[in-house]
Design a protein around this ligand. Sequence first.
Ligand SMILES: Cc1cc2nc3c(=O)[nH]c(=O)nc-3n(C[C@H](O)[C@H](O)[C@H](O)COP(=O)(O)O)c2cc1C
Length: 444
Amino acid sequence: MTAERKILLRHADEPYYSPGISSYLAYGGYEGLKKALKRKPEDLRQEVLRSGLRGRGGAGFSCGLKWSLVERKSGKPIYLICNCDESEPGTFKDRQLAHKDPHQVIEGMMIAAYANDVVQAFIYIREEMPLGAKILQRAIEEARAMGFVGGDICHSGYSCDIVVHRGAGAYICGEETGLIESMEGKRPYPRIKPPYFPAVLGLYQCPTIVNNVETLCNIAHIVRMGGEAYAEIGRHGNTGTRIWCVSGKVRNPGYFELETLTMRELLYDLCGGPLPGRKLVGIIPGGASMKILKVDDNFRNRDGRAITFDDIIIDFDGIQAAGSMSGSAGMIVLDDSVNIVEALANIIAFFAHETCGQCTPCREGSYWARKILARMCSGGAREEDVALLYDLAGNIGGRTVCPMGYSITWPVQSYIGKFRDQFEANAKSNTCGVESFAERLIEK
Ligand SMILES: Cc1cc2nc3c(=O)[nH]c(=O)nc-3n(C[C@H](O)[C@H](O)[C@H](O)COP(=O)(O)O)c2cc1C
């Protein structure tokens, strides 16, 4: 029988469990931190490297490798930031972790801090999560009162505090250098890399580690079970579990902590399959900025073997081999009731609203794409608009300071590439019949 493999969410949804420290301690909480403080920071970094843990914030970069790149010889303080901005449409896992098991986040952060000689840690949380900010703040106070955060942690001589920093609510603040600018009190314009790799020149131009909430939650488990044992979970190169958020057209949407499962197992066995009388058409695998996968296409697995949609393995490599990326693990499911042009228009309207405006291709390109899609929805489209839209989208990703440009390029080109007939029909008929929606797309 298909089942989740719960490690991070083992207790979170259980009726016996609360976000308070007593629940956390009752189930072995902070034992990982106590164990870690008896070891050398360098050993812990090696342990995380051995675990194979990849970042859960989007790019899937090796956590151990990221830690190994931190500039330790500059004499400057080292900072740690837990990225709890979680603004990618379709993604709601960090919120669950912060709300339901905040001490797991804090324990992971304190081990990461100790392992990297961090002097001060922060949680950057977006404005739209006021409850999360409150819960985390209360949890930090509880942990501080019990000696797990603050001065002389567990009488080890190591000191590090955590500050909760609330953002003002902008998608771009999830991008690590935009986040750092925002924390410094500036407009969150992402920085150019190089030279501004946070590991070298981050917060206040000091070495800084930015990790996602879920990434950090894994750290205590890695220390408790050991890096090798952790690396046994999942597939080679895709170790550990991952929390997938499924929304859209399935009977049982929600969040699921998975080891290695196929699309069939997730979408049919766990999510109950399509809504009555409907057929699945496509999925956006890792948040709205990722390329769409069409259900009746042919795919490849990571060894190059031909497979069907149902057999795609849901992990970093499986989704990449299928032609997209697992991104933030926010899976949005579309069925045959969805108007594809409208779906794309909705996504592009979001990114056009959220572009920070620093780079011309992203600022202007997202606006033009929204305008073309608005006329495809409301009337006034021209036949050549499909080719125009495709072409303009190709001039955004890769031509901007941060990767956000791809949030226009990938959806537009993959939707048109896979559902061209619907865009052409729309451009010809001049409307997809969703005028009320189209009104929202037009800049007021
Ligand atoms: C436009 C954009 C938005 C992002 N938003 C988030 C976010 O909301 N949360 C997050 O953890 N990472 C986000 N990221 C990725 C971060 O820049 C960074 O890579 C991540 O926090 C690193 O953590 P990890 O190594 O643990 O994955 C975003 C990246 C981009 C380009």
